[in-house]
Write a protein that binds this ligand. Structure first.
Ligand code: GLN
Ligand code: ZN
Length: 763
């Protein structure tokens, strides 16, 4: 018999029920009890959906974030929230989201004024967790109430449940020492609380506990490897059986360590670490359960079940009862149910599997292995038909695109001349003042814009009506920018719902789901477009809008595009070719758009690469290769233009130290970045590197409604000028303004332009 289980299930709900319940509660439109009930209902539904499994996960549900849940379980709350009065769930939201002293509730005075916890990416996914905070004074105390309550719920439902927790070493590793103390010094104390937790679970009759240690797939220093031995030596005396879970990549040099930790079972990602599995069978102690993650928990494609069975059969033969099967990681990273999709292209839909379908696949594999393929021959036949159809579909394979890719030469990524020569020609053509002012692209997405778009999508507004509405918005943006006296204008992106979806909708090879939501953080979800086929651009995507905007002004209008790396990193991508190949295809398509904009008389073109950094592999040793193709893809996109055409790029994050060489290699004439909150210190990375091209360090934080003063902007730019020669500085906000109101944007930009003028006057 093969045991099946899952590591976690998406908790947001097939129709984002949790999101809506959370937001209603936060707005004061519903009660805490209502919210808790929605949570309980979702847990119940999700256990029922998974009830065919031998073990369903418990504790994977979180109202905001599973890492924050773990911090509460361990009693590790930042000191600033210790003195809370009221429901613990409110305190939990206080850590997650912060709470202002001015909020309109009973505890505004005593419990307000709390900053939100820092958020960061969960490994290489697009999920963001609340970073645990540590200091030398941190003391852990167990609060098992959440886990025990959910365990009791699952038992009452009659499912066989397996609590899921984050392991002690990963928990420490992904947290932050606020006082720069040694986090590992906290390990003995932390292990004490983990032992108590396992004991509390054992006392309830828990048999297996899944302990997630994904940090094992990253490069670990010896002290951290040693911490693993310490930790699991101590936890081995507990009365529960531990299933150690590793996922998101191969183990590489941590293989031997992981295989020999004293635990009852080990889950390995057999998608990303496939090549490691057979060799590690020999390493595995003879009593240990091996759980293989054979269904990809990170993408939305059907599994090739026959191929998987061919690979699995000899392993199953060898391990027998010791083999467990599961998705590669928690299904948190995929949407819930493909069946909800009504409008998705039928052919593409037949190639896909969301969380629920992935569990069906798992079941089919388990039955085939224990009873023979005959027992599931219909399922296998229809799966095979879908796999074969996708492989041979002309929608997936476009020979012209493949040929174009083969023809890529290094010259395609080369500008005519180096930066210095280009800069001189651009200066002569553009005649910009010193400290030129610009914005990052979007202006407020007003209620009118959103309304027009939803009416257009619903068919109640004609295409002409919609275009007229968008043109009116563009006109408004241009007028506002002219009266603000900005130097380089933008059209404002009124017609764009989203910077990736907008392009995906116009490219061949992309499909869109209706309900393919994946949690990004808290109640926030993203609906990544599905890149399924070879990418081509049937016609120009942005030229008409930009040309229209340019026709309204004599100032230079900046064309606005999303770059290939960002489009790739924010999509569900193909599993039948490398990310690099998909990225080059996108690059060739966007390159055509760049050239069309240039032909249409646009002299400045911005290519956003907001997600370039996000694509960095988990292991530093793989960064170089990623950056090599990512930068090359950008260069192919951007560099077909004449010297006179000025290429801008934009990146909204604040860590450049370790990728500065790659950023310089991109060779954009101008890069705009987020810097205002770092007080320009992040420019040190550019300074130290002698970054050669122009830089627009953001001078105000667009996430905040605060209006920056002229004086503050002048000071920031003076700091910038200490690091980058003034001749190469631009003045702009940190990022796009689409989430702001016009009433905030106008005074902020007015001060920004005034600051630039003051700087010029003093120069
Ligand atoms: N051009 C985009 C905008 O202004 C850039 C957004 C981003 O980098 N996230 O909205
Ligand atoms: Zn940005």
């Amino acid at each position: 018999m093969i045991t099946t289980h899952s590591l976690g299930f998406p908790r947001i709900g097939a129709k984002r029920e949790l999101k809506f319940a959370l937001e209603a509660y936060w707005k004061g439109q519903s009660s805490l009890d209502t919210l808790k009930q929605v949570g309980a209902d979702l847990r119940q539904q999700h256990w029922q959906l998974q009830s065919a499994l031998d073990w369903v996960p418990v504790g994977d549900f979180a109202f905001y974030d599973q890492v924050l849940d773990m911090s509460f379980t361990l009693g590790n709350l930042p000191a600033r929230v210790h003195d809370f009065h009221g429901d613990p769930l409110d305190n939990y939201f206080r850590v997650a989201r912060g709470r202002s002293a001015a909020s309109a509730d009973d505890h505004a005075q005593c419990c307000g004024g709390v900053a939100a916890g820092e958020m960061t990416k969960w490994f290489d996914t697009n999920y963001h967790y609340i970073v645990p905070e540590f200091t030398a004074e941190t003391r852990f105390t167990l609060d098992a109430s959440r886990l025990l309550a959910q365990w009791a719920e699952a038992k009452a439902l009659g499912v066989q449940a397996k609590p899921v927790i984050i392991g002690p070493v990963t928990y420490l590793a992904i947290g932050k020492a606020k006082d720069a103390s040694d986090k590992l010094a906290l390990l003995p104390q932390l292990l004490q609380v983990y032992s108590e937790l396992l004991e509390a679970l054992a006392a309830q009759g828990v048999e297996w506990v899944q302990i997630d240690e994904p940090i094992l797939v990253t490069e670990l220093e010896a002290t951290w490897q040693h911490a693993f031995n310490l930790a699991y030596q101590q936890l081995k005396s507990s009365r529960v059986k531990i299933l150690l879970a590793t996922y998101f990549g191969p183990l590489v040099d941590n293989q031997y360590l992981a295989a020999n930790l004293p635990v009852a079972g080990w889950h390995v990602d057999a998608i990303n670490a496939r090549h490691e599995i057979v060799p590690l069978l020999a390493m595995l102690p003879a009593h240990k359960v091996l759980s293989l993650g054979v269904i990809n928990g990170r993408n939305i494609w059907k599994t090739d079940l026959n191929a998987t069975l061919d690979w699995l059969a000899p392993i199953a033969e060898r391990l027998r009862d010791r083999l467990w099967l599961a998705p590669s990681c928690s299904l948190l990273h995929v949407p819930v149910d493909l069946e909800s999709e009504q409008t998705l292209d039928g052919e593409v839909k037949s190639w896909l599997a969301f969380a629920k379908q992935k569990l069906d696949e798992l079941q089919t594999l388990a039955v085939a292995l224990s009873q023979g393929r005959e027992a599931v021959k219909d399922q296998l036949a229809s799966n095979q038909a879908a796999i074969t159809a996708r492989r041979h579909s002309p929608r997936v394979n476009n020979p012209a695109v493949k040929t174009a890719l083969e023809k890529i030469t290094p010259q395609l990524g080369e500008r005519q001349h180096g930066y210095a020569a280009r800069a001189a020609k651009q200066a002569a053509l553009l005649q910009l003042p010193k400290y030129p002012t610009t914005t990052i692209g979007s202006f407020p997405q007003t209620a009118e814009i959103r309304q027009a778009r939803s009416q257009f999508k619903a068919g109640t507004l004609s295409i002409d009506g919609y275009q007229a509405a968008m043109k009116a918005e563009i006109t408004r943006s241009v007028r506002e920018q002219e009266s603000l006296d900005l130097d380089v204008l933008v059209h404002g992106e009124a017609e764009r719902n989203d910077m990736v979806e907008y392009f995906g909708e116009q490219l061949e090879g992309y499909a869109f789901s209706q309900f393919g939501w994946v949690q990004s953080y808290g109640s926030r979800c993203v609906k990544p477009p599905i890149l399924f086929g070879d990418i081509s651009r049937p016609k120009a995507m942005t030229v008409a809008w930009i040309q229209y905007a340019q026709s309204l002004t004599s100032k230079p209008m900046k064309g606005m595009l999303t770059g290939p790396v960002t489009i790739l990193n924010w999509s569900f991508v193909r599993d039948d070719q490398t990310r690099a190949v998909s990225c080059y295809q996108l690059a060739l398509a966007i390159r055509e758009e760049v050239l069309d904009l240039e032909k249409a008389g646009i002299h400045i073109i911005q290519i956003d690469e907001a997600a370039l950094r996000e694509g960095l592999p988990l292991r530093k040793s793989e960064w170089k290769q990623y950056l090599q193709w990512a930068v090359e893809a950008f260069r192919i996109t951007a560099n077909g233009v004449a010297d006179e055409t000025q290429i801008h790029t934009h990146m909204c994050y604040s860590e450049f130290n370790d990728i500065i060489a790659a950023i310089a290699d991109m060779d954009a004439d101008v890069i705009t970045i987020e810097t205002s909150r770092s007080d320009m210190e992040l420019l040190d990375a550019f300074d130290d590197f002698n970054y050669p091209n122009e830089i627009g360090p953001g001078v105000y934080d667009i996430h905040s409604p605060n209006i920056p003063t002229e004086q503050h902007i002048v000071q920031l730019m003076q700091k910038a000028a200490e690091r980058v020669p003034a001749e190469r500085l631009w003045v702009n906000p940190d990022c796009g303004l689409k989430t702001r109101q016009w009433s905030e944007v106008i005074p902020a930009l007015r001060n920004m332009v005034a600051a630039a003028k003051a700087l010029r006057a003093n120069a």
